[in-house]
Design a protein around this ligand. Structure first.
Ligand SMILES: C[S@@+](CC[C@H](N)C(=O)[O-])C[C@H]1O[C@@H](n2cnc3c(N)ncnc32)[C@H](O)[C@@H]1O
Length: 240
């Protein structure tokens, strides 16, 4: 793990930086997020759409619509996303509401800050999803968009535990991520070796349901799962 210690404040967005870069990001995903050229290469809407087999807008809107066209209260987005996900999310924040965006990489936080229009009701925070420096029961809703498949199971369990901790009673967690496609889906066979090579932890989401990484003893008030694009993706909504 390498240390990042920095403090920076720009455009009324203050970012406190004192987290470490997780090993899986440095070893497995350095090319996608950590490398200094990663942002300039990947920050293209068409490329993100291509990586998601043309489903970016559909998946983005599936996640956002779950929170509504006007989103009230405190919202948490855990981990930045290439493309316009955060911009569209910020546009839906209703008057009096707020959006906190968390990521463990300063380069990604800087990138999302540049994409957001000035005066967006957004706070950008440097933190690790496995140990959020956020108060218990402080958010009305949270979004995990394609983070869990990037994490090894130990980190995935901690991320889910942390996000549930910071949600208020009755709060909603929306997860969009990979899932095992149906038996007749051609990508079940074509995409698997690509994921195995580039995103080795992702196949765990093909084999197990997200409920298997929830904290022991946690009983959701509501748990709903929907699959999309022939089962290659899933949306899970958990009400605490
Ligand atoms: C949420 S995923 C999004 C992937 C998606 N395919 C995209 O288009 O960007 C990638 C982000 O997760 C962040 N991330 C990975 N592990 C994290 C952790 N433990 N805590 C916070 N952010 C993390 C990375 O720094 C990166 O910005």
């Amino acid at each position: 793990m390498s240390n990042v210690v920095e403090t920076w404040a720009r455009d009324n967005v203050s970012v406190e930086l004192h987290s470490q870069i997780p090993t899986y990001l440095e070893e497995t995903y350095w090319w996608a997020y950590v490398h200094p050229n990663a942002v300039s290469f990947f920050e293209r809407q068409w490329l993100v759409n291509l990586i998601l087999w043309g489903n970016f807008v559909r998946l983005r809107d599936a996640a956002l619509n779950e929170l509504g066209h006007k989103i009230h209260g405190q919202t948490l987005q855990i981990a930045c996303v290439y493309g316009d996900f955060s911009v569209k999310l910020a546009q839906r924040i209703d008057e009096g509401g707020s959006l906190d965006i968390v990521d463990v990489l300063p380069i990604q936080l800087d990138n999302v800050r540049r994409k957001l229009p000035p005066n967006s009701p957004v706070q950008i925070l440097h933190c690790d999803s496995t140990k959020l420096r956020l108060s218990d029961k402080s958010y009305d809703q949270a979004i995990l968009f394609f983070l869990l498949h990037e994490q090894p199971a130990s980190a995935r369990v901690k991320t889910l535990s942390e996000v549930l901790r910071v949600l208020k009673p009755g709060g909603k967690l929306v997860i969009v991520d990979y899932h095992q496609p149906s038996i007749l889906h051609p990508l079940r066979y074509l995409f698997q070796p690509i994921l195995k090579r580039l995103e080795p932890f992702a196949l765990e989401l093909w084999k197990q349901g997200i409920e298997s990484w929830l904290p022991k003893g946690f009983v959701p008030a509501e748990y709903a799962k929907e699959t999309l694009f022939g089962g290659l993706y899933q949306k899970v909504v958990i009400r605490v």
